[in-house]
Design a protein around this ligand. Structure first.
Ligand code: ZN
Ligand code: ZN
Length: 393
């Protein structure tokens, strides 16, 4: 009686078949039942009956009686659902259809999840070394970036030993990567040359570009550590900030240029290179890539020019504060809560140490006390931070 296909949805059909499936294998019933909200009712009803250890005939009888009760129960639920869906259709037909599509996709993902997990495990095992290097490089970057920012913030209280350790750490990580993959001579990526890898493989190119991007970041972070190691009397805080900014901007331009030879060669060396059409297409793609790169570099160039201007202009916020002004302000810097050092008075007449306010304007545009807008631009990267943006093309 049940398998007769009714002019309803696929759901209906699977439900009618359910009791027989359930009786065939009692264990499987529950897992099936969990798949959708509708199906949950089925195993619950069947489990109310006696389970296991019965003869085949009694099962069949039960199956018949159950299917009656199911269709009955289902009739009710379907009625409710139809009225519900009718309302939603009136409200928004599109959303309900997209919802059912979403449900379908979710069901598909649920069903194929074990296979996806198996596949992921296989990929992880296959590329264990590459993944380990990627994770290692990323954690190294995060750790050193955070540490450099902390040391820059600490200013006079920074520990030179820690800065030296950071530099050593960066150097040894880079050398370890170059040593591990010395057959590919990855260091050639740093001098904007092609490493010796098989350029037919897209993933290899992507991987080398990613790894060399991290190494370039490490080189420029090492330079920042060098600035940190310069003794305080030789370089003022403001000057340091400008150096960090310059290093970071130049580093970003370099990161844009560094992957060009790799991708260019990959795009030109087409698989179908023996045919002239393939070669032409490859050259065309490479040219489009180059144009895209040049446009990107043009944008970077403007930013770099601004940085250079700022680096050489050595501009300061506010004017030097007189002794009387300092006395009126209580002789205490509101930021560091100590005596003023090279005090500067802002347009809002608030006074701060030169270093304190310079540090503040690395991140803010307004006076720390009254929120008057003092500057129209925040100089990024003066705090020693390095952009985490991964330049993969
Ligand atoms: Zn201060
Ligand atoms: Zn103010």
């Amino acid at each position: 009686m049940q398998p007769k296909p009714s002019p309803q949805e696929g759901n209906e059909l699977s439900l009618n078949l359910q009791p027989e499936l359930l009786d065939g294998m009692p264990g499987a019933g529950t897992s099936n039942g969990l798949e959708t909200g509708e199906d949950v009712r089925v195993p619950m009803t069947s489990s109310s009956g006696p389970t296991g250890g019965r003869g085949a005939t009694s099962r069949r009888v039960r199956a018949a009686s159950h299917s009656h009760s199911h269709s009955h129960v289902h009739g009710h639920t379907r009625g409710n659902q139809e009225s519900d869906s009718g309302e939603t259709d009136l409200e928004s037909g599109e959303s309900s259809s997209s919802l059912s599509e979403l449900r379908y996709i979710l069901r598909w993902v649920k069903k194929s999840l074990p296979f996806i997990i198996i596949l992921c495990a296989k990929l992880v095992i296959q590329h264990a070394l590459g993944l380990a290097v990627a994770v290692g490089l990323f954690t190294t970057f995060m750790y050193v970036n955070k540490s450099i920012q902390t040391q820059v913030f600490l200013h006079d209280r920074r520990t030179k030993l820690h800065c030296a350790w950071l530099m050593l750490f960066l150097m040894s990580s880079s050398l370890l990567v170059f040593y591990t993959f010395y057959t590919q001579s990855l260091y050639r990526c740093l001098i904007i040359a092609n490493p010796t890898i098989d350029f037919q493989n897209f993933w290899e190119v992507l991987w080398s570009v990613g790894v060399s991007n991290f190494i370039v970041k490490f080189v420029f972070m090492g330079l920042k550590c060098l600035i940190l190691l310069v003794p305080s009397p030789l370089m003022a805080y403001r000057r340091r900030g400008q150096w960090y900014m310059l290093i970071e901007e130049v580093g970003q331009v370099y990161q844009v240029i560094a992957p060009v030879p790799l991708w260019f060669r990959y795009l030109v060396s087409y698989d179908e290179m023996d045919t002239s059409v393939g070669l032409t297409l490859g050259i065309l793609l490479a040219l489009i890539y180059l144009i895209m790169k040049l446009l990107g570099l043009y944008g970077q160039w403007g930013s770099l020019q601004k940085t250079f201007r700022s680096f050489f202009s050595y501009e300061l916020n506010g004017a030097p504060a007189s002794l009387a002004q300092c006395r009126d302000a209580g002789d205490i810097c509101p930021i560091c809560q100590a005596d003023f050092k090279q005090p500067r008075v802002l347009v809002c007449q608030h006074i701060f140490c030169e270093e304190c306010i310079a540090q503040w304007f690395n991140q803010e545009k307004t006076c720390p006390l009254c929120r008057t807008v003092i500057t129209d631009k925040v100089h990024k990267w003066k705090d020693g931070a390095t952009s985490a943006y991964l330049q993969i093309y």
